[in-house]
Design a protein around this ligand. Structure first.
Ligand code: F6R
Length: 608
């Protein structure tokens, strides 16, 4: 959600912090701020709006400071106004705090601090941290921060500076990610490695309730309760190219076009043609344990939840194991039944989504083995699960998830294959699926070649205000995903439905102004989907169909056809979603929307 960067070293801090903030803007972009320590004391600027608004504020000012912290916000407590932007300061203006997360007991703390005479200037929960640190401050910023955090309930990733300690940043984490980046004569703190990757790939991930004291030469880590910790430095494999647009107008388009490569990464080294199965050592489960699985729960949010739905179709169809798909936000408050043979998978691109983390913890509390399907290596979910499979899609910066979705589905197909081959699936069928898997990246390349054709369709429809997305079987979740992509980036209202459900209600909406996007592949429900198309056409609805290459007949029945290559039914969602991603992208661009930073959204939802 919000983004944090801090720097202490030998370079001028302001340009470096602004550059870091721009790389974090996808994390939140409704207000931004910066605090630095100059000779004359603590200086800060903050404002509502994007980083460019903050830059404009800083433009005519001269800064020499080599230490500072900066923040980009996605509002939770308090509207996105200048006053609510971070940093927040104590009464004397000596201590500045930036914060990701939510302080749950902020009301009672604020009352307490009010009684002690502290003066507040914002509506945020974060501001109490600055005053609480001030309350405990006696010359030692680390100790005061530890004392303050021991009073706090909720989640935080914070960075703090104080006028009296011009070479120190204090950083802490609980439930909201924070890394320390180590350089030569300079160190960084950040909520996301993307912010500091240009300077260093050597990082330490803070664990929950850890606090770090960072200066240019070194850093020490201990817990809120002052137990010393030996930090482990890790090297990040992401490259700078991966977090830049590389000539594309938007990250979203770049990420859509990266999918042939990201799908190859998801498969690499994981298929065993000889035995017609997959190899997923990260699951950390022995053959016997995998064999004993008799029920699977897949839990996730948003797009990852759609991948879970596809996973349900895949696993039940291939491995004949019953699967339940749960919204993580619901799972955490239900009383889920976990039996001995139940395995829970949580799926999360960021590995930081609060609801998914909570579902993971609830499942563990109930005794389940919990496995992860994550993208971000070292993320909270990746670290807390008992094992899992990384999707290796590289950094996903566009707020609308695209490449992570296809890679999540690919990994789920590998899991299905593994479990199926231990059960009833024949060697021949296993090999047939592997052959099809190997072809997928090239087939995605082929679909991407239709980009300008899809753009032409988008240009005909971008002014419509409502869309219906229909699919069946494996492609019903793709209809949901197509609708989600459209609504989140273009603000067009869109609904996804299983095609046959249309006649139970949504058909009432169909007229010449309500186009339908129908996934109508040559599969076992093809004829039934054609009947649904006929029902739409009979009511003057326009139909954009995603169809299987070679299906010439469908062209006469619909207004536009986007063809995708033939593959085994289980893998069709990985192909059928690509045109829907492009369609949503082009419609949003035509409507003048900021596709990488849609309104009210932010990458990685770390609040409940
Ligand atoms: C949609 C989107 C969100 C995320 C959801 C889960 O394009 O990006 O719906 O899929 O917030 O995020 P992760 O996968 O990071 O847990």
């Amino acid at each position: 959600m919000c983004g944090i960067i801090g720097y202490v070293g030998k370079e001028k801090a302001v340009p470096l912090l602004i550059e870091g903030l721009k790389r974090l803007e996808y994390r939140g972009y409704d207000s931004a701020g910066i605090a630095v320590l100059e000779d004359q004391g603590l200086i800060y600027e903050k404002c509502a709006g994007k980083i460019s608004a903050l830059e404009a504020l800083l433009d005519d000012k001269k800064f020499d400071s080599t230490i500072g912290i900066a923040h980009t916000r996605w509002a939770t407590h308090g509207e996105p106004t200048d006053l609510n932007a971070h940093p927040h300061l104590d009464c004397k203006g000596n201590i500045a705090v930036i914060h990701n997360g939510i302080i749950e007991n902020y009301r009672s703390l604020r009352e307490l601090l009010d009684r002690k005479g502290h003066k507040f200037t914002s509506d945020t929960d974060t501001e109490i941290l600055a005053h609480l640190i001030e309350e405990y401050y006696d010359g030692d910023l680390m100790e005061a921060t530890q004392a303050a955090l021991s009073q706090v309930e909720g989640t935080y990733g914070i960075a703090v500076i104080c006028k009296d300690n011009p070479r120190q940043i204090v950083a802490a984490r609980h439930g909201s990610p924070l890394v320390i980046g180590t350089g030569k004569g300079e160190n960084f703190v950040a909520s996301d490695v993307a912010a500091i990757l240009r300077h260093t790939n050597r990082v330490v991930y803070l664990e929950d309730r850890e606090v770090a004291l960072v200066d240019p030469e070194s850093f020490v880590v201990s817990t809120v309760d002052k137990t010393e910790v030996t930090p482990q430095i890790q090297e990040i494999s992401w490259t700078l190219d991966q977090i830049e647009k590389g000539g594309f107008p938007h990250f979203m388009l770049k990420e859509i076009f990266e999918q042939p490569a990201t799908l190859r990464n998801a498969i690499r080294g994981r298929l065993n043609y000889e035995e017609g199965t997959s190899r997923l050592n990260g699951l950390n489960l022995q053959y016997e344990e995998l064999h004993l699985i008799d029920r699977i729960i897949l839990s996730a949010c948003g797009t990852a939840w759609h991948a879970a739905l596809v996973g349900e179709y895949m696993i039940e169809d291939a491995a004949l194991i019953p699967v339940e798909v749960e919204y993580a936000s619901e799972f955490r408050y239900r009383s889920p039944i976990i039996n001995e043979g139940t395995i829970v998978f949580v799926i999360s691109q960021s590995g930081e989504t609060t609801d998914t983390q909570a579902a993971l913890r609830e499942a563990k509390r109930k005794g389940a083995t919990v496995l992860g399907i994550c993208n971000v290596v070292g993320s909270t979910i990746a670290r807390e699960t008992d094992g899992g499979v990384y999707i290796h899609a590289g950094p996903e910066i566009g707020v609308a998830s695209t490449k992570a979705f296809t890679s999540q589905m690919m990994v789920l197909s590998l899991i299905s294959l593994l479990l199926a081959r231990m059960r009833t699936m024949s060697l021949e069928r296993g090999r047939e699926i592997i052959d099809a898997i190997y072809k997928i990246p090239e087939q995605v390349e082929q679909i991407l070649k239709n980009d300008s054709y899809i753009k032409d369709i988008a240009e005909k429809y971008y002014q419509k205000n409502n869309f219906l997305y229909l699919g069946r079987g494996f492609n019903f979740p793709v209809a949901l995903e197509g609708a989600l992509k459209l609504k989140e980036i273009s603000y067009i209202h869109a609904e996804g439905y299983p095609a046959a459900e249309m006649k139970h209600g949504p058909i009432a909406l169909i007229d010449e102004n309500m186009p339908a996007v129908v996934i109508a592949l040559k599969d076992k429900v093809h004829d039934k989907v054609l009947s649904n198309i006929a029902e739409i056409k009979a009511r003057k609805g326009k139909v954009i169909a995603v169809a299987t290459e070679g299906d010439e007949e469908i062209a006469d029945k619909v207004d536009h056809v986007i063809y995708i290559p033939q593959t085994v039914e289980l893998l069709t969602p990985i192909l059928s979603v690509i045109p829907l991603q492009l369609l949503a992208y082009h419609m949003a661009v035509k409507r003048g929307c900021n596709v990488d930073q849609p309104r009210n959204l932010a990458k990685s939802v770390t609040v409940e």
